[in-house]
Design a protein around this ligand. Structure first.
Ligand code: ACO
Ligand code: KIV
Length: 517
C-alpha cells in the first residue's frame, strides 16, 4: 500500500550539486559523500551523468556497487548513447533509476534543441522505452517546465507515462516561477493528464530568485510527492532547493502540511559539514538549519528568553538536526542574565563577582573586540583590567622562506617578558614552520582546531586576515591576526592565542590562591 502522505526525497548533490563546483571531486570523495547521503535515508540519490566523462561513469559505477539503501540514479539526455551509458553504469545497483530529460519550453526548443515539441516528445518516448530495457524505474523530466505552456506539458507527460516513465519531474530549471504559479502547474497536470495516477509527480527547483524551497513546498501542497534537492542547496548558479530546509519544513510543520519524509534529520548537520568541506563550498553563517548561527543567540533579550524556555526563540532543537548544542554568544548586545548563566556553568557563584562592575568591563571589551569568551570573563573577575598592551609575548620579526623543492623554514623573533628571543624551525610550509618556531619560543604546544585565511581588500592593498582556534589543556582559544603578508598574519594570530593561554594560566593561579586563602 502506497503511503500517499509520504514525500520522496531525491538527493542530487552529486549530480546537480556537483555541476556547480570549481574543482572536480575525486572518486573517493564521491563515494564518501554517497555513504553520508545514504545515512540521511534519502529515497533516491542521483549520483552523476555517466556519459559525460569516463571519471563520472566510473564513480556512478562504484557508487552503484558500494552504496546500499537508496535507489541509485543516473542522468541521461534523451539520446541512446546517454541511456546506454547510464544503464551500464548502474548495472550493479540493488535498485537503479534512469533519469532522462528533454527541454519542453518554446525558448529551449527553438534556440537550444532547434526542434518542435513533437520531435522532442518522440525522442523522449524512444529514450524512455530504451531505458526500460535496463530498469523498471524510469524518471522523465521536462526541462524548463516552469516556462512551458501547461497544455504542452500535458501532451508530453501523457506520452512519457505511456512509454513507461513512473516518475514525472517538472523542473523550474531557471528558478523563475512563483509558488502560486508552480502549484497551479502541478494542479493543471494532475487534473488534465488522463494517466497521471500511474506516475509520481516530482519537483526540481532552482534558487535564482531565492524561491526554490518555497516553490517545492507549494508543489507538495498541490500534490507533488517527490522533491529533488541538494545538501546545503548547492547546484547550478544560485543552487537548488536545499534538502535540510525542505526536510525540516515537512517535519516541523507536519501539523499544517500533513505530509512527511523518511529523512533521518539527526544526520543533517554531519552531511552538511561534509559537503561544505569536500566540495569546498562554505555554508553562509545565517543559512537556515545548518548555518553557524542557526542555533546561536546573540542578543540579551533572546538569550534571557532561551534560558527561561528554549522554545521562546528556538522552533526546533539543535539536536534534532544533529547540531550538538545551541550557542549563547556573548557580545555587547548580551545582558546580565546570560553572563550570570555562563559563569554559573563555569562554576562561579554570584558572591564571586560584582555584576555591575563586571558588566561594565564586559561591555567595554565586547564593544572593542566583538565576542567575549569564557577566558575573557574569568580574566575580568580575577584581573582588574584586561590590558592587551603589556602582553607577555610580542612579535619582533618573522623571517620565513619557502619554495616548491624543499621544506620551508622560519625564524621568529619575539619579545618575551621584555627580552628579545629568537628561534628557527622547519615545516611543510612557512606557516607550519613559523608555528613550530613559536612553540619552541614559548615551550608550549597547542592543538590546532581551525585555521582560516581570508583576503580583505583587493590587489596590492589587500590584507590577509587569519583566524585561529587552538586548544590548550582542553580549552579553545581564539586568535586573529591581520597583515599584508599571510605568514605574518598567521604568526600574529598564533601569538594572540599564546597570550590568551598565558592570561588564563595567571587567572588559574589566582583562583588557586583565592581558594587556598
Ligand atoms: C538542466 C540541467 O542541469 S541538464 C544537465 C546538465 N549537465 C551537464 O551538461 C553535464 C554533462 N554534460 C556533458 O558532459 C556534455 O555536455 C555532454 C557529454 C552531455 C554533451 O557534450 P557535447 O556532445 O560536446 O555537446 P554540448 O554539451 O556542447 O551540447 C549539448 C548537445 O546536447 C543537446 N541536448 C541538450 N539537452 C538534450 C536532451 N535532453 N536530449 C537530447 N539532446 C540534448 C543539445 O541540443 C546539444 O546538441 P547539438 O550538439 O546537436 O547542438
Ligand atoms: C535535468 C533537470 C532535472 C535539471 O537539472 C533541471 O531542469 O534543472
Amino acid at each position: 500500500m502506497q503511503d500517499k502522505d509520504k514525500v520522496w526525497i531525491f538527493d542530487t548533490t552529486l549530480r546537480d550539486g556537483e555541476q556547480a563546483l570549481k574543482a572536480s571531486l575525486t572518486e573517493d570523495d564521491k563515494i564518501q559523500l554517497a555513504h553520508t547521503i545514504s545515512r540521511l535515508n534519502v529515497d533516491v540519490m542521483e549520483v552523476g551523468f555517466p556519459v559525460s566523462s569516463p571519471a563520472d561513469f566510473r564513480s556512478v559505477q562504484r557508487i552503484a556497487t558500494e552504496v546500499k539503501g537508496p535507489i541509485i540514479c543516473g542522468l541521461a539526455r534523451s539520446v541512446a548513447k546517454d541511456i546506454e551509458a547510464c544503464g551500464e553504469a548502474l548495472r550493479t545497483a540493488q535498485q537503479s533509476r534512469i533519469h532522462t530529460f528533454i527541454a519542453t519550453s518554446p525558448l529551449h526548443l527553438e534556440h537550444k534543441l532547434r526542434m518542435s515539441l513533437d520531435d522532442a516528445t518522440a525522442m523522449a518516448v524512444k529514450s524512455i522505452k530504451l531505458a526500460r530495457n535496463y530498469t523498471d524505474d524510469v524518471e522523465f523530466s521536462c526541462e524548463d517546465a516552469g516556462r512551458t505552456p501547461h497544455w504542452d506539458l500535458c501532451k508530453i507527460v501523457e506520452q512519457a507515462i505511456n512509454a513507461g516513465a513512473s516518475t514525472i519531474n517538472l523542473p523550474d530549471t531557471v528558478g523563475f516561477v512563483t509558488p502560486d504559479e508552480y502549484a497551479a502547474m502541478i494542479r493543471h497536470l494532475m487534473n488534465n493528464v488522463p494517466n497521471i495516477d500511474k506516475a509520481r509527480l516530482s519537483v526540481h527547483c532552482h534558487n535564482d530568485l531565492g524561491l526554490a524551497v518555497a516553490n517545492s513546498v507549494a508543489a507538495v501542497q498541490a500534490g507533488a510527492r517527490q522533491i529533488e534537492c541538494t545538501i546545503n542547496g548547492i547546484g547550478e548558479r544560485a543552487g537548488n532547493c536545499s534538502l535540510e530546509e525542505v526536510a525540516m519544513i515537512m517535519k516541523m510543520r507536519k501539523d499544517h502540511l500533513k505530509v512527511h519524509t523518511d529523512i533521518k534529520s539527526e544526520e543533517i548537520y554531519r552531511a552538511s559539514r561534509q559537503v561544505a568541506k569536500i566540495c569546498n563550498m562554505p555554508v553562509q553563517p545565517n543559512k537556515a538549519i545548518v548555518g553557524e548561527n542557526a542555533f546561536a543567540h546573540s542578543s540579551g533579550i533572546h538569550q534571557d528568553g532561551v534560558l527561561k524556555a528554549q522554545n521562546t526563540y528556538e522552533i526546533m532543537s539543535p539536536e534534532s538536526v544533529g547540531v550538538p548544542n545551541n550557542q549563547l554568544n556573548m557580545t555587547s548586545r548580551s545582558g546580565r542574565h546570560v553572563i550570570e548563566h555562563r559563569l554559573e556553568e563555569l562554576g562561579y557563584q554570584k558572591a564571586d563577582y560584582d555584576m555591575d562592575s563586571l558588566y561594565e568591563s564586559f561591555l567595554a571589551l565586547a564593544d572593542q573586540k566583538g565576542t567575549v569568551y569564557d577566558y575573557d570573563l574569568e580574566a575580568m573577575i580575577y584581573l582588574n583590567q584586561i590590558n592587551d598592551k603589556d602582553e607577555k609575548y610580542q612579535l619582533e620579526f618573522v623571517n620565513s622562506a619557502s619554495n616548491s623543492q624543499s621544506v620551508a623554514s622560519s625564524t621568529i623573533g619575539m619579545v618575551i617578558d621584555g627580552e628579545v628571543k629568537q628561534e628557527a624551525a622547519t615545516g611543510n610550509g612557512p606557516v607550519e614552520a613559523s608555528f613550530a618556531a613559536i612553540e619552541r619560543l614559548t615551550g608550549m604546544s597547542v592543538e590546532m582546531i581551525e585555521y582560516n585565511l581570508e583576503a580583505t581588500g583587493q590587489g596590492a592593498s589587500s590584507l590577509g586576515q587569519v583566524n585561529i582556534i587552538a586548544k590548550y589543556d582542553g580549552r579553545p582559544y581564539h586568535g586573529a591576526g591581520i597583515a599584508a603578508d599571510v605568514v605574518e598574519a598567521s604568526v600574529r594570530a598564533m601569538i594572540r592565542v599564546y597570550n590568551l593561554i598565558y592570561r588564563a594560566q595567571k587567572v588559574s593561579d589566582l583562583k588557586q590562591q583565592r581558594k587556598a586563602g
